[in-house]
Design a protein around this ligand. Structure first.
Ligand code: FAD
Length: 412
């Protein structure tokens, strides 16, 4: 049966991409993109980087200019979807409007986890997920003197680097013992720990937040569980996200740390696909179903669903990759390092130019490259092609990832 009406819920990275890819693939039916944020769909990564530094404006964040959507007959509705009526293949918006679909793509993303401590309502406390958040923060950055960041994950540390570059005194509270511990090896953590220290950022490990302190409705500092207090006129939290999966679970779709999808990104209802930050999916690169929060994942999953809807079904097998920019450091990660048991470090930790090769049971599973973009590109190809490389080979004097990868291609 051919599909004529596709509705996409969520106009972020994945939602925009599936609409654009459907048109690229030649889909001629109706596409409606429903999103609850105002304005033209935009990318989030610069929000905690170049946009906050004032290096790019809002126009540079947009995936496409407004006229693109009219030219490509992608109808945009600004609104929030309240419920899915699967029996009638209809969406109910909070406005009361109803919208019929033949196929539905859920791309509702994730939202920030909010610390459950007193004082979160104080003026000067921010999460960083949306353009509205970044605009609010941007206004404060000009006047702020002391910022406290809750969480030494990617977003917290990206913000810390921006704030330090803007001359603000920055303290970071981290429950764990090293930065970005969920996602990177200890060697990479060490490089970033030292870099932040050199920029004047103080990261306090093993510390948890007890309360945000304030006076006259404005934030004045934070109280740690240890009893210590740190002054602040700006507090930014980055303690992870929660998938926006309630719409799916209330409609009876399977949800388990995200909307559960099969290898082709179909939910438990064949008329509904789901993609991006909100999905838990089986991956050939992981032992368990995973939920990833990355541009690569949102874009590649969107392309996989668009191709399937155009009669080209395939399993989603793309190798995960990710990047973060902090100060002059650009970290690029290829593959998933979970459970790695051996590492080989190429380059120089002192110069903050390294690639950490992560092996699990003798197989290269991930490479973390800091300011070594050629290594990152080579690593993506090597891992995706399952080229065998042992830790002993990688440790040999003069070993270069790029040359090794090129040689494996010539050999074939
Ligand atoms: P989103 O982009 O979050 O879009 C989901 C949209 O759906 C949102 O607009 C949401 O409001 C809307 N929505 C939710 N529920 C409803 C509803 N019921 N009705 C209507 N609309 C709804 N990734 C990288 O790879 N590299 C980076 O450097 C990087 N930096 C980042 C920096 C920041 C500050 C942030 C926040 C994220 C960053 N990411 C980065 C992650 C990346 O942006 C996300 O993985 C990506 O945006 C996920 O796309 P998505 O479409 O799944 O979700």
């Amino acid at each position: 049966m051919s599909i004529n009406t596709i509705v996409i819920v969520g106009a972020g990275q994945a939602g925009y991409q599936v609409a654009a890819s459907l048109r690229q693939e030649g889909f001629d039916g109706a596409i409606t993109l429903v999103g609850d944020e105002p304005g033209v769909p935009y990318q989030r990564p610069p929000l905690s980087k170049a946009y906050l530094l004032g290096k790019v404006g809002v126009a540079a964040l947009r995936f496409r200019p407004p006229e693109y959507f009219d030219e490509h007959r992608i109808a945009r509705i600004q609104g929030s979807v309240a419920a899915i009526d699967r029996d009638h293949r209809q969406l109910l918006l909070t406005s009361g409007e109803k919208l019929s679909y033949e196929h539905l793509v859920l791309a509702t993303g994730a939202r920030n986890r909010v610390p459950s401590v007193p004082g979160m309502e104080l003026d000067g406390v921010f999460g960083l997920r949306s353009l509205a958040d970044a605009d609010g923060l941007s206004q404060r950055l000009g006047h702020a003197k002391r910022a406290v960041v809750i969480g030494a994950g990617f977003i917290g540390l990206e913000f810390a680097a921006v704030a330090a570059a803007r001359g603000i005194s920055v303290d970071v509270l981290e429950l764990g013992t090293r930065p970005m511990a969920r996602a990177v090896s200890t060697v990479t953590s060490r490089v970033f720990d030292q870099a932040h220290a050199s920029w004047g950022v103080r990261i306090h490990y093993g510390q948890s937040l007890a309360a945000i302190l304030g006076a006259d409705g404005h934030v004045t500092g934070v109280q740690l569980a240890s009893g210590e207090a740190l002054p602040a006129d700006l507090v930014v939290y980055g303690i992870g996200v929660l998938p926006n999966a309630e719409l799916a679970s209330e409609a009876g779709l399977a949800v388990n740390n995200g909307i559960v999808v099969d290898t082709q990104l179909l939910t438990s209802d064949p008329a509904i696909s789901a993609i991006g930050d909100v999905v838990s999916f089986p991956s050939p690169w992981a032992q368990q179903p995973i939920r990833l929060e990355s541009v690569q994942n949102a874009v590649d999953q969107a392309k996989t669903v668009a191709a399937r809807l155009m009669g080209k079904p395939a399993s989603y097998t793309a190798l995960p990759w990710f990047w973060t920019d902090q100060g002059e450091l650009k970290l690029q990660i290829a593959g998933l390092s979970d459970g790695h048991d051996e590492t080989v470090v190429l380059g120089s930790v002192e110069q903050r130019q390294i690639s950490v090769l992560c092996f699990r049971a003798g197989r290269l599973v991930a490479v973390e490259s800091c300011n070594r973009p050629a290594d990152h590109m080579a690593a993506r190809k090597l891992i995706a092609r399952h080229i065998p490389l042992s830790a002993a080979e990688a440790s040999a004097e003069g070993f270069e990832l790029k040359a090794f990868e090129a040689a494996t291609r010539e050999a074939n």
